[in-house]
Design a protein around this ligand. Sequence first.
Ligand SMILES: [Zn+2]
Length: 264
Amino acid sequence: MKTWIPDARNFAYLNWKQVDALPRDSTLLVLPTAAIEQHGHHLPLATDTLINNLLLGRALEKLPPDAPVFALPPVHYGKSNEHIGFPGTLSVSATTFMAVLRDLGSSLASAGFRKLVLYNTHGGNTALIDVMARDLRAEFKLRTFALHGSGGVKFEGLSAQERAYGFHAGEVETAFLLASVPELVDRSAYTSNYIADVAKPEMLLPENAPATFAWLTRDIAPSGVMGDPRPATAENGALWLDQAVTKLAAALEAMLRFPDPPKP
Ligand SMILES: [Zn+2]
């Protein structure tokens, strides 16, 4: 898989003696979690993994050279059962996903590391990331952090409809790939579907509401796209990428500085 992680910050490029020499209390390790799943007719299966790597790699470049921050190899497979029925989706169950994160947390804690970031770019993993951030804290006393997507960027220029319901393979993801790996985007194969209409707030919404319905992509989107990729441009992708990278780097710096809890 292509990587934007700077070599000097790639944990897996170290040998064990170099790892042994890292300061255990202050080193911040980032575990990327993403997915290999259908992204419509126009984007590759690895879209979430590529975006994760791109954003994280560029954010790591912004950190001071002496900041002890390393990217672990990503967990490529995520909980993607919302995309079952689309060939190429490789999903793991919630229990498998959580078990992998638990085992990696156990390995890091047993090596003496204290600070771990779960950096996730696949919506289907989000609930599990929040569970595991707390469980790894409770079970292994790791100081865990959760970091999601683009770090809260506003995505200027996005329509209200796309902002609310451009869930998957829509304008933002397409723009990020146009700005970074345009050869992986088939611009002749754009399709569009929406799960809900922002102008018609119903009682039951797909997400982010007090009353929701559980959805599967195939219920709504025959092509696999939820959103509209057609307005995506490489220029917007590059702009949003710069903004996201700034936010993510600031979050990582805050995590580095975050104080240890008082000793009981
Ligand atoms: Zn995606």
